[in-house]
Design a protein around this ligand. Structure first.
Ligand code: RB5
Length: 147
């Protein structure tokens, strides 16, 4: 799969570690930055990555900021994006299986490298289960269409 990865200044080191890890799992990674620890604004990176997922340029996205929350909030403003913040692998698996999440976010100030790898692996390996869950995804899309 093609995975876009984006982060703010809280996470360049963890981003590089996770990028390498995702590549080791056999995926292509598109890194859109930031690669620097100089202060920047996470909405810019969250939105850019989300637009790549929404347009199909990337299959899934991985976002990292200090907590994972700010960058996920920005991504979730883009139509068609379902991004969940996860700090353990069970949630990461379930947001794919039940919520058909197409992006995951986590915090570099919350999780360490090994846990982050387990989170990402669970997310990438899980598959949407459809069925009753699709009805709920359609309801989420309907909310989006009311805006
Ligand atoms: C940046 O200091 C920090 O606010 C940001 O990385 C993130 O945690 C926001 O949600």
């Amino acid at each position: 799969m093609k995975i876009v990865i984006a982060n703010d200044h809280a996470a360049p080191e963890l981003k590089f570690e996770i990028k390498e890890y995702i590549e080791s799992l056999g995926h292509e990674v598109i890194n859109i930055g930031t690669d620097s620890s100089e202060s920047c604004n996470y909405p810019e990176y969250g939105e850019k990555a989300a637009r790549m997922v929404a347009s199909g340029e990337a299959d899934l996205g991985v976002l990292i900021c200090g907590t994972g929350v700010g960058i996920s909030l920005a991504a979730n403003k883009v139509k068609g994006i379902r991004c969940g913040v996860c700090s353990e692998p069970t949630t990461a698996r379930l947001i794919r299986q039940h919520n058909n999440a197409n992006m995951i976010a986590f915090g570099a100030r919350i999780v360490g490298g090994e846990l982050a790898k387990d989170i990402v692996k669970a997310f990438l390996e899980a598959e949407f289960q459809g069925g009753r869950h699709q009805i709920r995804i359609d309801m989420i899309s309907a909310i989006e269409n009311k805006n």
